[in-house]
Design a protein around this ligand. Structure first.
Ligand SMILES: NC(=O)c1ccc[n+]([C@@H]2O[C@H](COP(=O)([O-])OP(=O)(O)OC[C@H]3O[C@@H](n4cnc5c(N)ncnc54)[C@H](OP(=O)(O)O)[C@@H]3O)[C@@H](O)[C@H]2O)c1
Length: 299
C-alpha cells in the first residue's frame, strides 16, 4: 500500500518545521512542504531531507488546491501579522474541501474579543484564526483545531530570558510574576503531538475523542515567571533575576499579554492534553526546555 501523504504549510518555519521533522523521523508518511520560495536555504534543506517541496502561497487558493492534491492530512498554519490572515486560513480550508482531505490540522488561537467579554478587541492574530475555525465548522471540513500557546522556543529570541556575562540569568517576561501561563515547546512537542493525531485518526473511538475535545490545547506546561526563575537557578546554581513587566513595543502584543495576565488564556484546559498523553506523546516540562535550550552549557 502506498504511503499516505501529509502536506505541511509553514514548513520552512518553526511550527511546520517541527511537524515535518517528526514525520520524516517516523518514516510512515510521504511529506510535502509548502513554501513561497523554492530556492531559500530552508526550502533546500527540506529537499535534502527527502521532502517533496512545492511552491504555493496561502494568498492564492489555486496554488493550494494543487499543492494539497492527494493529501491524507494537511497541517495548516498562517504567519504572524498578515492582514490577510483570515483569508489565508479560509483558502487552506477551501483547498482541503476541493481535495476532500480527510484531516485538516488547523493551528488556531481563541477569539480574544469573545472570551474577554469584549475587553480586548485588538488581538487580531487570535481573532482572525478564530474566524477560520468557525469557517471550518460551517463548511464541515474534517479537522482537529489545535490551540498552541506562547512558544517556549521564542523566549530567548525575544530576550524574555537572558544570560549575563557573569553566568546569571534574567527572566523578563512581560507578565505578572505569579500568573501561570501555558507554553508550547514547539520544537520539543508539536511534531510528536501532530504525528499522534494523524496516526490515530482512523481509529473511530480515538477520532471521536479528538473531535469531542476540540479545540485541543497542544501546550507543554503551565508556569509562572517566578517559577521559571527558580527552575533556572536550580539548574545553573546561579542567581536568576526577575525583571518587572514592560511594554513589548507592540500594542497588539501588549494587549495579548494583558489578556494572559487576566488569566483568560485557556483557564480550564488540562495541560498537557490527556488524550495526547494517552496516545503516547511525552510532553516536556519547562525544566526540560531550560536544560536543552536555555542552559545547555551548564552541567
Ligand atoms: N510565537 C508565539 O508565541 C506563538 C504562539 C501561538 C501561536 N503563534 C502563531 O504562530 C504563527 C507563526 O508560526 P511560526 O512561528 O511557525 O512561523 P515562522 O517560523 O515565522 O514561519 C512562517 C512560515 O510561514 C510561511 N509563509 C509566510 N507567508 C506565507 C504565505 N503568504 N504563503 C505561504 N506560506 C507563507 C513561511 O514560508 P516561506 O517563507 O518559506 O514561504 C514560513 O514557513 C502565527 O500565526 C502566530 O500567531 C505564535
Amino acid at each position: 500500500m502506498s504511503q499516505k501523504l501529509v502536506v505541511v504549510t509553514g514548513a520552512t518555519g518553526l511550527q511546520g518545521g517541527a511537524v515535518i521533522r517528526a514525520l520524516v523521523a517516523n518514516g510512515a508518511y510521504r511529506t510535502r512542504a509548502i513554501t513561497r520560495q523554492l530556492t531559500s536555504p530552508a526550502a533546500k534543506q527540506l529537499v535534502e531531507q527527502g521532502v517533496d517541496v512545492v511552491q504555493a502561497t496561502l494568498d492564492d487558493k489555486d496554488s493550494l488546491i494543487k499543492a494539497f492534491e492527494g493529501a491524507y492530512a494537511v497541517y495548516g498554519c498562517t504567519p504572524f501579522g498578515d492582514a490577510t490572515e483570515e483569508q489565508q486560513g479560509k483558502n487552506i480550508v477551501d483547498a482541503c474541501k476541493v481535495n476532500q482531505v480527510p484531516l485538516l490540522l488547523w493551528s488556531a488561537l481563541p477569539d480574544a474579543a469573545k472570551t474577554s467579554g469584549g475587553k480586548y478587541t485588538n488581538i487580531t492574530h487570535y481573532d482572525r484564526k478564530a474566524r477560520v475555525t468557525e469557517y471550518i465548522n460551517d463548511n464541515h471540513q474534517p479537522a482537529v483545531t489545535i490551540y498552541l500557546s506562547n512558544f517556549s522556543d521564542n523566549l530567548l529570541q525575544y530576550y524574555w530570558i537572558r544570560r549575563s556575562e557573569d553566568g546569571s540569568y534574567t527572566v523578563a517576561i512581560p507578565l505578572s510574576p505569579d500568573v501561570s501561563v501555558a507554553y508550547t515547546w514547539v520544537d520539543g512537542d508539536l511534531g510528536e503531538a501532530i504525528l499522534a493525531i494523524i496516526k490515530n485518526w482512523e481509529i473511530p473511538e480515538i477520532r471521536a475523542e479528538l473531535q469531542g475535545n476540540q479545540p485541543l490545547h497542544v501546550c507543554s506546561y503551565r508556569i509562572t515567571a517566578s517559577q521559571m526563575a527558580d527552575s533556572i537557578s536550580k539548574i545553573t546554581g546561579k542567581p536568576t533575576h526577575l525583571e518587572a513587566s514592560r511594554s513589548t513595543g507592540s500594542g497588539e502584543l501588549d494587549e495579548m499579554l494583558q489578556y494572559q495576565d487576566d488569566g483568560l488564556l485557556y483557564p480550564d484546559a488540562e495541560i498537557p492534553p490527556p488524550i495526547l498523553t494517552k496516545l503516547g506523546v511525552a510532553f516536556h516540562t519547562f525544566e526540560d526546555f531550560a536544560r536543552a535550550v536555555v542552559t545547555p552549557s551548564v552541567d
